[in-house]
Design a protein around this ligand. Sequence first.
Ligand SMILES: CC(=O)N[C@H]1[C@@H](OP(=O)(O)OP(=O)(O)OC[C@H]2O[C@@H](n3ccc(=O)[nH]c3=O)[C@H](O)[C@@H]2O)O[C@H](CO)[C@@H](O)[C@@H]1O
Ligand SMILES: C=C(OP(=O)(O)O)C(=O)O
Length: 423
Amino acid sequence: MSTMKIQGGRRLHGDVTIGGAKNSIVALIPAAILSDTPVKFDMVPDILDVHNLMLILKAMNVPSAFADGVLKLDPTKIKSGRLPSRAIKKLRASYYFMGALLGRFHRVEINFPGGDNIGPRPIDQHIRAFTALGATVREHGDQIVIDATDHGLLGTEIEFEKISVGATINAILAATRATGTTIIRNVAREPEIVDIVSFLNELGARISGAGTNEIRIEGVAQLAAHQTHMVIPDRIEAGTYLALAAAIGDGVQINNVIPQHLQAFTDKLNEMNVALEIGSDSIMVHPHRQLHGVHIKTAPFPNFATDWQQPITPLLLRAQEPSLIEDTIYPQRKKHVSELQKMGAQISITPENQIKINPTAALHGATVSAGEIRAGASLVIAGLMADGETTITNTDNILRGYDNLAQKLTNLHARVQMINDLD
Ligand SMILES: CC(=O)N[C@H]1[C@@H](OP(=O)(O)OP(=O)(O)OC[C@H]2O[C@@H](n3ccc(=O)[nH]c3=O)[C@H](O)[C@@H]2O)O[C@H](CO)[C@@H](O)[C@@H]1O
Ligand SMILES: C=C(OP(=O)(O)O)C(=O)O
């Protein structure tokens, strides 16, 4: 586990370029094993989730190489076999190998995934989709066996009871090479889902409706890559730097963004009175003005993402009035609250289970722990705002999804240092 040390209280300025989206690439890599040819991705973020997925690929006899944002992988000699449980447990998205291996081999035996500790994260909707496509699902302790070897996967109609990013993608992965047509209703509409579907269609899949609440998949027998797929920019990383820039920036330009993907976030910043200049693929954040408190309610795309609620929290401390956050996706996602309190933040949880953020004149450095990725991002911003030194432990949780974090902050003239502890 690594540790980050931050000397706070310095105003930041300059440019930052956003990397490829974590929540796209972590699904694109498993999706790539559906291809009968080698696959190449560009704009791949250098994050721990990618490195752990590469370890899982290796165990399947899928060699991969990653340099300068380009990831190449070759699934032509893929073997189904035992997957490394340690790597599987390091990230949530290892569950996409369920849909992908089921699509490729009609059978998968895998551990339950890991990922952020943000409250209960059931996978009943994923299982519902696999079962509807004709698989049987059995659980043995921490192992799940999904099997459709008797009759293969057959196109069907699925209606999710709950909107789920992961279940939508897993259903698509399983149905892409199934026999016949699958229609999936009440699906998630996140931009990362559109990215996965674009990639699969580039391979020859026949999927329509991504970005709406109904997806239609005509199963195909084979898939082959003919071009490099560019990963979309990470809207959550972009939101994190927007919040940081609004809180302590003296003019920060954020490059490589799709402003449409950020609209729920920039709408909130506008409501707060943050001065933004939104270009076609960049956003300039002008220096700090008097900010207003806001009420934020997280919900599926196109609404305010749950993954943004913790990164925006330190900025809300700067507002003149109290703010409230209600997370309808992960109501227990509050690992940052106790840590921010250690830094002097006037933040609490209301009896209605909302997070109340009161105006806080100053934060001070402290030793705090990154309980999960976005709680950690929130602490990085708070540490940069605080007077004195902040030590953030467990920063591997942050590095799961933030590309070149220390370098990007240093380029903005922050004083940060990553210390790699030997575990
Ligand atoms: C790798 C990845 O893309 N992770 C993202 C994905 O996680 P993930 O795909 O795990 O999240 P979901 O969209 O599935 O979860 C949304 C809600 O549905 C519930 N649920 C989900 C599946 C299921 O079978 N049953 C069920 O009840 C969850 O507990 C949660 O309350 O979307 C979340 C919500 O935008 C983000 O916070 C994560 O960053
Ligand atoms: C919750 C998140 O990630 P994961 O689903 O990969 O745990 C996140 O990216 O905020």
